[in-house]
Design a protein around this ligand. Structure first.
Ligand SMILES: [Zn+2]
Length: 471
């Protein structure tokens, strides 16, 4: 495909190509060989996506009823919302990549957290080893220094493994700018039309998890694109060690002391790591939006998922007691930790409210999660400590997440069902007046949209693919 200003020339489907070649020879061909696609949305149409991991209506509905999520209440009240069905295994890297591409893992290639590293594919660099040694020496990580014997080397999936275009790549072809912040599997940061901060820019629990398993954690690649963005966002990094007890007391009732070391699967440490991460990315979002509001803005918030993993049994103690009578939860712990999940939802609502200040009436706002949660234990040979502290799970059953949409083309005040993670990209392309690609696995969520969203004539509403032939 070649790009023109705010338009691309669609790939010629193979049968037409044959027809063209044949009929050029014969001197006549009825079908157009190529056509230029232009977005048909009104100029200035924008999209904001708040990617909030693990959010479920089960937690949200009571908080909405109590008036504790005013920003979500406004979006839901004058927008369309419902469950967002997902896939199993419900692992965040797989699902968020499916949301961003509109494609199944078979097509986009991100199949889990870890991939087996082929010979010569990755070598732990000296810088990487030095980072791990430093973290170990200050007590931040305790895992083995080398890969475990006999196991093939593994590493976290990275953006180079993704085989399908994400929404931000497609929009770039139409000269639209995207700011993408902390989305899963965006390390190393891609050179997109717009700006990107990768999901590994901020210290996160997967550095610990990787070390714990003796896998490779690559961090020498580009974390920020373009490079100049660093001067804006680097001063906004909130370090884990900077989180104060008062900040933790929003989520935890009673005195909080902050240990020097960080331990994976220690519930207060997990909360502290993710709070520093989310605070950093939200601050960066604000600074970037202050400079310029792009055509697509998206930020990923992880604390709602982490809080749900580690504090679920304190929010639903009766359910836990019924399922695991052998492991009772004390009333004191319910008192201390019972509000952590709710408070993180309220915190996320505040962040969304602050960033919504930058969205105008031409903006379609999407709030979504990759999956919900249910009561359960986690059993992992690689991370045995999780068995004792994880009480909320989602991987095996994939309980649905949430989808909330609000904007000029979105129906008002309706609760609808049947949405799937694959449907997000086709639906947003439609809102922007762009064709959906036949090789995407989702469909346009008509039940969420007003008829005004249909700007593309039926015969131009789809193209075979946005993927370059080489992919
Ligand atoms: Zn999770």
């Amino acid at each position: 495909m070649s790009r023109t200003k705010r338009g691309i020339v669609a790939t010629v489907p193979a049968p037409w190509l044959l027809c063209t070649l044949l009929l050029l020879f014969l001197g006549a061909c009825g079908a157009p060989t190529q056509k230029t696609i232009h977005p048909r949305g009104p100029e200035g149409r924008k999209i904001f996506i708040f990617a909030v991991d693990g959010v479920t209506w089960r937690v949200m509905d009571p908080l909405l009823q109590q008036g504790k999520l005013p920003n979500m209440a406004r979006l839901i009240g004058s927008g369309a919302s419902g469950e967002l069905n997902t896939i199993v295994p419900a692992h965040s890297p797989i699902i968020w990549t499916s949301i961003a591409t509109g494609k199944s893992p078979f097509k986009h290639g991100i199949k889990g957290f870890w991939y087996t590293v082929e010979e010569g594919e990755h070598h732990a660099s000296q810088a990487e080893k030095d980072t791990l040694d430093r973290l170990r020496s200050i007590g931040y990580i305790s895992g083995p220094a080398e890969g475990k014997n006999g196991e093939p080397a593994k590493a976290l999936y990275h953006s180079g493994k993704r085989k399908a275009l994400a929404l931000w790549n497609i929009l770039g072809r139409f000269d639209m700018r995207s700011d993408v912040i902390a989305w899963w599997v965006t390390y190393p940061a891609e050179a997109i039309k717009g700006r990107m901060i990768s999901d590994r820019y901020i210290y996160n629990r997967f550095e610990l998890a990787t070390a714990e398993r003796g896998y490779l954690y690559e961090d020498e690649g580009r974390n920020v694109y373009p490079e100049e963005l660093k001067s804006l966002v680097e001063p906004l990094v909130v370090k884990v060690e900077d989180i104060r007890p008062e900040q933790m007391q929003r989520f935890i009732r009673g005195p909080v002391t902050i240990p020097k070391a960080i331990t994976l699967h220690s519930i207060e440490d997990e909360l502290r790591i993710v709070l520093a991460k989310d605070l950093s990315y939200v601050e960066m979002s604000r600074a970037m939006l202050d400079e310029e509001v792009p055509d697509l803005f998206t930020v990923y918030i992880q604390g709602t998922d982490i809080a749900s993993h580690y504090f679920w049994k304190y929010l639903f103690p009766e359910e836990w007691a019924e399922k695991y009578p052998d492991a009772p939860v004390s009333a004191a712990d319910v008192e201390r930790y019972g509000q952590a999940i709710n408070e993180y939802y309220i915190q996320a609502d505040e962040w969304i409210g602050e960033l919504l200040e930058y969205a105008d009436e031409n903006t379609t706002v999407v709030v979504l999660s990759d999956h919900g949660f249910e009561t359960g234990r986690r059993t992992s040979k690689a991370e045995p400590a999780a068995h004792e502290t994880v009480s909320g799970v989602h991987s095996k059953t994939g309980p649905p997440g949430i989808l909330v949409m609000h904007g000029p083309d979105v129906r008002e005040g309706v609760r609808v069902s049947g949405a799937h993670i694959y449907d997000i990209v086709p639906t947003l392309l439609t809102v922007l007046g762009l064709p959906v690609a036949d090789d995407m696995d989702g469909r346009v969520l008509r039940s969420y949209l007003k008829s005004s969203a249909d700007r593309v004539p039926a015969d131009e509403a789809s193209i075979p693919s946005y993927e370059p032939e080489a992919r």
